[in-house]
Design a protein. Structure first.
Lengths: 356, 826, 236
């Protein structure tokens, strides 16, 4: 069986989603797409996000994703990770009716244990009711997977996913407000102006059930939700990123990312969300992300232990994954897995690495 | 190793001294392989095309859900199954017409397609382009060629619609056009409708069941291991295979004869090698290696020949498969590794069969026994006895297959047994006749002539057997084809009575044309046909069979002319009432239905009970067909295709009506044809179908001529010793040559004589058993004595040509070589 | 190794034990009235380099004895040792190797491979034995008067020449023992004598012992020793 055609099919989708544009050609193709004026909207600084409206889809932007990662523990203390992601990709900046709708969706779900990393992928066209996102009450769905909320801060809902070897159903609640990254939700991705709208709900507490290979367990823990949309989030020379969402044991939250470039120094950015919910953007030179150890994961050499420093916070930690093989071998592969960290602070979180 | 190599080289040196023998052996193996692999290439090609058609983007390659009643169903079912966790992908398919040719339009949803199908999606073609707008219409390269269009063209579909820009996808089946599902729904005028849901993954064990989600509206069909086309054309290919095998066997006869001679002539060499220290094992390895080497070389040459044969026959095969079954074949011959392997494998197997007895005999002989004169051929009486016993065995096998066997395979087995038995028995009557001749002969030369011919019989018998097979196949197949031709022509005359046949490009156009025609005075009747497809099951046989149902209005055109094999007196009345149906002969046989049987036809509006009130011959298609009332069909199949029409008019008015129709509606009339042209077209398809048979038949005859030629050549050297004494006592070389010629011709004539009854038996087997089982129709058995004369003449000509060269050589043989016979006498 | 030293070695070995030792050998063939004994307790010894003429009437078992020594047939009982190797214990491969390397066989009929040239026939056994030596082959060809005929086929040369090819073929691998079954039986007297002269001379050069079956006392007289088979036994 030739795997090439299916990749060719997937490429435009995930490429446009800027999900680890590994091959230079793809990155170039993406850049080409991003630069043409098909009439897609561009994020602008100073634009105010309005909720619950902005929880919904923004068809005038080329790409968008709703991302939830949960660090979970069962009753015997075993650690788990759970991922639920819906990507949207538009061929044209509009809604449409039936099969003519130019919106398409890809969803990934995963469950990680210390020894297993199970994942599933499903895809859908917009317009016919197989997948979609509604703002109020919030509901993102595809097939029999969904992510719902009742409150404007996305509290009071649940995520569900089912795949041949796993399924989960997790209730989500959060007392604190949403965290807007960058300049009130306008998040820069490069010096040359690439940017997205980006906000999170980092304070979810989670309770529910998770089943692996038919064995169901009650789990609790913390979860982080991201919602981001844009039309061209990466510059032409940017090949991928390393992204951290970290729940600090002191109740604060930290988001850091590093966009790697072929030609220049990496672009670093992040947000510190204090335990009271106050968000502070972190400057580029405030952050140090340093790979400590590399490992062969799904045929690629990936950094699997990191030293993370935020100078202004006097934070210096050592983070490593629960399962170093947390690789999503989906259409285009990327690393997405739960991590724990020790050092000046300890806690848990998620690490995402693309473009290796 | 050294032993082995020198033994091999020494054995092989024999061929350098006897190139003629080598040529015969090589040709025999090569020809056997060529005919077999040619047929195999054709079958492979067809099978690949069917798989392509069935597997076009996974339709048929994956299990799927279809409407229990056949036809379309609402798109909501797709959503219901996805929400229940079933990974299904929606598909809609239907026929469209471009120019005067029908294509299969396949609408798929690329994001949800099963992986196997996604892999067939174009490389380089991006998803965005395919999804559009304007989207892409993917076609196989040969479809694009057939359309005479370039990539990017957007051909018009009848009225206002256009296909999206065409793009090549090499993995598609010819005749299939793949577009996005939304585009297909629009072009087929079926918005929100689907024809099937492909199952991309097995549903999880804890997922809701099919019934819970969809009730009984949908049923699951498994991935076709035998696609529908493969099922329909199975018999056709079995026919081809049988011919290939026959040719293969004839080729082996040649190889066997040459091998036998070669082993006999090489016995002294083998004895010498043993005496000077070649071990039995090394010798065995050397003999087997030589055999394999020869087989591989001859096999490779045969494969080239096979390719040429297949390439030459492919257009005819493609035409007849398309005409008979609607199966489209890829026009360019593709050669798979499997084909090469099977071809060379057949050559190796063939060589082994041809050489086995000689090899075993040679190796089993103790060293010293070889030194003694070795009786390669048993005494002739013993030999005849053995031939007779084998013949009896083969004939008994044929009888057993006929009595106890079922299906086409049994038909072929009985045919093979009959042919083989007759061929093996052939030397018996020949020997008897020669003995009689010897007894009756007066002059010494005449006596010698018969005695010598008798002595020659074993050496020539293989060639004569091959000739018998070829001749009787010629007669048998000839009778069958000629009989079929007559029946077919008669049937066409009865069946095609309307003056004009046409097809509208869309239903809207059809209604408009109907109204317009009704107002014309020169049109006596407008007879609309509607067509639906379903799968019929019947209780006597467990299998199901695809059926086309044709609805026609009650009219004198049918009730007075339509040819029926058997029918109830009130058949047409019952059909008009909607509770009677006519079925084609092949459907009746396939499902074991007879007059008076009742049948539940699954329709989108529930089961429809009808009684079989008539059976009609249908030589036009191998698919099962059923005819019912037009209104009754339309009521039960809301989605039925209603585009076909027959027009009755005075023959002299027909051209004007056709012209007016085309002028008025232009592309609204997708196809139009008058009676004479339709007959012409049908006959052409028929002729092309049998052109293949005729070609293989002729090739078999050529092969048997080669066999005869090879045997005569290899025997020629030995003949000198037998002729020398006659020459010494005063018979001229010229007279000797004439006697040789007479002897060969006599053998051929006798063989031809035997081939007539055998050919007739074969024709009967073909008409009464093979055809019935293969195509589902029984033809009248005709006898054509003029054909026999042709075959007789052909046999004599073959023999004359084959004997010409050896005899010419004999006539010119130097007296010295005749003398050498005496000089060497020890 | 030079021809002379090979002969010298052979003599030394022969001095210690005979090259060929046949002990109490019996052989019978199935006949219409039960087994027909041909050999009945035959004893025979032949030293290296020695030549022995085996005589006897037709049917006395001369050829049978020769075939048994060559490993072409199986004895009923008794033993045959060649160079202390028990021939009767060897399997087919072993006996083939013995024929290839230790023995040379010349039959009454010439037994050449008709599809090989004289040169190739001459070299055939030596090549099989892996002892092909071109200068020795050329020397043999010259001595046998075949030098000009190497590219011809057997049917293109005379009977005497054919038998000389057979002698050369048997001697080309430098066998220890040459077995000859009426080697001149098919030739006229003059040609036969010439062939036999060559055979004995070349065998001596090669250091090969000779065991020759003949019914001619005249020819037998040219060999070192003679023995006569009668009633299945050997009378020296």
């Amino acid at each position: 069986m030739n795997a090439e055609p299916s990749r060719a099919l997937l490429a435009p989708l995930l490429l446009a989603l800027a999900l680890c544009a590994s091959a230079p050609a793809r990155a170039a193709g993406f850049a080409g797409l991003g630069d043409d004026a098909l009439g897609f909207a561009e994020p602008t600084p100073g634009h105010a996000l309005v909720f619950p409206r902005d929880h919904g889809a923004h068809p005038e932007f080329r790409i968008e994703w709703w991302y939830l990662t949960a660090n979970l523990t069962d009753e015997s203390g075993n650690a788990y990770g759970a991922q639920w992601t819906l990507f949207r990709h538009a061929r044209a900046p509009r809604d449409g009716d039936g099969w003519d709708d130019p919106q398409a969706f890809v969803a990934h779900a995963a469950v990680t244990t210390q020894t297993l990393h199970l994942f599933a992928e499903t895809r859908a066209r917009g317009g016919v009711g197989q997948a979609g996102v509604e703002a109020a009450p919030f509901r993102a769905f595809i097939d029999n997977w969904s992510f719902s909320a009742t409150e404007p801060n996305l509290s009071g809902g649940e995520i569900t996913a089912a795949a041949p070897r796993f399924r989960y159903s997790l209730r989500l609640s959060a007392e604190k407000p949403l965290a807007l990254h960058g300049e009130a939700g306008y998040s820069r991705k490069s010096e040359s102006g690439q940017a997205s709208y980006y906000y999170s709900q980092p304070f979810f507490s989670v309770a529910g059930a998770l089943a692996v290979d038919g064995v169901e367990r009650k789990v609790t823990g913390r979860a982080w939700m991201d919602h981001e949309w844009s039309s061209r989030p990466l510059a032409a020379d940017q090949k991928g990123w390393d992204w951290f969402s970290l729940h600090l044991d002191n109740g604060a939250e930290l988001m850091l990312f590093r966009l790697r470039s072929d030609t220049s120094l990496p672009f670093l950015s992040g947000s510190y969300i204090a335990a009271d919910g106050a968000t502070r953007a972190l400057a580029r030179d405030d952050i140090v992300l340093e790979p400590l150890e590399q490992s062969l994961v799904s045929g690629r050499l990936l950094p699997i232990r990191w030293r993370v420093q935020v100078k202004s916070l006097r934070l210096d930690i050592d983070a490593k994954p629960l399962n170093s093989q947390s690789f999503m071998s989906t259409g285009v592969g990327y690393f997405e897995g739960p991590v724990s960290f020790v050092g000046s602070q300890s806690g848990k979180g998620y690490l995402e690495m693309t473009g290796y | 190793m050294r032993q082995f190599l020198y033994a091999l080289a020494t054995l092989a040196s024999h061929w350098r001294r006897r190139p003629g023998q080598f040529a015969a052996l090589f040709t025999g193996l090569a020809v056997a392989t060529a005919l077999w692999s040619g047929v195999a290439a054709l079958n492979d090609q067809a099978r690949r095309s069917y798989d392509h058609a069935a597997g076009a983007l996974g339709v048929g390659a994956a299990p799927s859900l279809v409407a229990a009643s056949g036809g379309f169903f609402a798109q909501d079912a797709f959503l219901a199954f996805r929400r229940a966790g079933w990974k299904v992908s929606p598909v809609i398919e239907g026929p469209i017409r471009l120019g005067d040719k029908a294509y299969r339009l396949l609408g798929v949803e690329p994001l949800t397609l099963p992986k196997i199908a996604r892999d067939k999606m174009p490389e380089g073609e991006t998803l965005d382009d395919f999804l559009g707008p304007p989207g892409r219409a993917l076609v196989a390269p040969q479809t694009l060629r057939a359309l005479g269009l370039a990539e990017g063209a957007t051909p018009a579909l009848g009225d206002a619609e256009h296909l999206p820009p065409l793009a090549i996808e090499k993995d598609l089946a010819p005749g299939t056009i793949v577009v996005d599902i939304g585009v297909a729904q629009r072009l087929l005028h079926r918005p929100g409708r689907l024809s099937r849901l492909l199952l991309a993954e097995q549903p999880a064990r804890d997922a809701p069941s099919l019934e819970t989600i969809g009730g009984d509206a949908l049923r699951r069909v498994e991935a076709d291991d035998a696609p529908e086309l493969a099922k329909l054309t199975e018999s056709f290919h079995l026919n081809l295979t049988a011919f290939g095998l026959l040719a293969y066997v004839v080729g082996l006869f040649i190889a066997h004869a040459s091998f036998g001679l070669a082993f006999e002539q090489r016995l002294p060499i083998i004895r010498t090698l043993r005496a000077i220290g070649v071990s039995l094992r090394a010798l065995a390895f050397a003999l087997v290696a030589e055999l394999m080497l020869l087989a591989t070389l001859a096999g490779a040459a045969g494969m080239v020949g096979g390719y040429l044969i297949a390439a030459a026959l492919l257009p005819d095969i493609a035409a007849s498969l398309e005409g008979l079954y609607g199966a489209e074949l890829d026009g360019a011959l593709g050669l798979t590794p499997g084909w090469w392997a099977s071809g060379v494998g057949m050559a190796l197997i063939g060589a082994t069969i041809a050489a086995a007895s000689g090899l075993v005999k040679t190796l089993r002989l103790p060293v010293l026994a070889i030194a003694q004169p070795f009786a390669w051929r048993e005494a002739q009486r013993l030999w005849l006895l053995r031939q007779g016993a084998l013949a009896a065995l083969a004939l008994a096998g044929a009888a057993a297959a006929l009595l106890f066997g079922e299906g086409l395979e049994a038909g072929f087995v009985s045919m093979a047994g009959l042919l083989l038995g007759a061929a093996l028995a052939l030397p018996l009557p020949l020997a008897a006749a020669l003995r009689l001749g010897e007894k009756r002969a007066r002059g010494p030369l005449a006596k010698w002539f018969f005695a010598d011919a008798l002595q020659q019989l074993p050496g020539l018998s293989l060639a004569l057997m091959a000739l018998l097979l070829a001749l009787s196949t010629n007669i048998g197949v000839g009778s069958m084809v000629e009989g079929f031709r007559r029946t077919f022509a008669q049937w066409l005359d009865q069946r095609l009575v309307a003056e004009i046949y046409f097809e509208a490009s869309s239903e809207a156009q059809a209604r408009a044309i109907e109204t317009w025609l009704a107002a014309r005075e020169d049109v006596a009747a407008v007879l609309p046909l509607c067509k639906a497809r379903t799968t019929l099951r019947s209780s006597p046989v467990a299998s199901s069979w695809p059926v086309e149902i044709v609805g026609a209005p009650p009219h004198e055109t049918f009730s007075a002319h339509f040819p029926l094999l058997e029918a109830r007196a009130d058949a047409w009345g019952r059909v008009a009432r909607g509770d009677g149906a006519l079925i084609s002969e092949q459907l009746a046989r396939r499902l074991r239905l007879a007059l008076g049987s009742t049948l539940d036809i699954p329709t989108p509006t529930g089961n429809w009970g009808v009684e079989i009130v008539g059976v009609y011959p249908d030589y036009g298609a191998a698919k099962g067909q059923m005819r019912v009332d037009h209104a009754a069909l339309a009521a039960r199949w809301p989605d039925a295709r209603r585009l076909d029409y027959m027009l009755r008019a005075r023959p002299e008015d027909a051209p004007a009506v056709m012209h007016a129709l085309q002028t008025q509606f232009g592309a609204g009339v997708a196809r139009i044809i008058d009676q004479a042209s339709l007959k012409q077209r049908s006959t052409t398809i028929f002729e092309r179908t049998f052109a293949v048979t005729a070609a293989l038949d002729a090739l078999t005859l050529v092969v048997s001529a080669i066999a005869l030629f090879a045997s005569l050549t290899t025997l020629a050297a030995a003949r000198v010793a037998q002729l020398a004494p006659l020459w010494a006592v005063g018979v001229s070389r010229r007279s000797l040559s004439w006697l040789e010629f007479a002897r060969v011709t006599l053998f051929a004539a006798a063989t031809a004589l035997v081939s007539v009854p055998l050919g007739l038996a074969l024709a009967y087997d073909l008409v009464a058993i093979v055809n019935v089982r293969a195509f589902g129709w029984r033809l009248p058995f005709h006898v054509f004595p003029s054909q026999w004369l042709e075959v007789f003449a052909l046999a004599l000509l073959t023999a004359a040509l084959a004997s010409l060269m050896p005899i010419r050589r004999l006539a010119r043989v130097a007296p010295a070589s005749l003398l050498a016979v005496f000089a060497n006498e020890r | 190794m030079s021809v002379a030293s090979a002969a010298c070695d052979a003599t030394e070995i022969g001095a210690r034990s005979p090259l060929l030792r046949v002990t109490n050998l019996s052989k019978s063939y199935p006949g219409p009235q039960g087994p027909l004994p041909v050999l009945h307790g035959v004893d025979l010894a032949l030293a290296a380099g020695e030549s022995l003429a085996l005589m006897g009437e037709s049917g006395s078992g001369k050829s049978t004895l020769l075939h048994l020594v060559a490993g072409l047939d199986h004895a009923d009982s008794g033993a045959i040792h060649i160079d202390d190797v028990e021939v009767t214990n060897l399997d087919d491969d072993g006996r083939a190797a013995l024929r290839r390397k230790t023995l040379g066989v010349v039959f009454q009929q010439f037994n050449l491979v008709p599809s090989l040239t004289v040169g190739d026939n001459l070299a055939l056994q030596a090549r099989l034995a892996g002892r092909f030596d071109e200068s020795w082959r050329d020397q043999l060809a010259a001595r046998l008067g075949l030098s000009a005929l190497l590219d011809r086929y057997p049917e293109q040369v005379s009977g005497g020449q054919q038998q000389r090819v057979a002698v050369g073929r048997a001697l080309a691998p430098r066998p220890r023992l040459l077995l000859a079954d009426e080697p001149t039986g098919n030739l006229d007297e003059a040609t036969g004598d010439a062939v036999l002269d060559l055979l004995l001379e070349l065998a001596a050069t090669a250091g090969a012992a000779v065991l020759m079956v003949t019914h001619s006392a005249r020819l037998a007289g040219r060999l070192d020793r003679r023995a006569t088979l009668a009633a299945g036994r050997l009378a020296p």
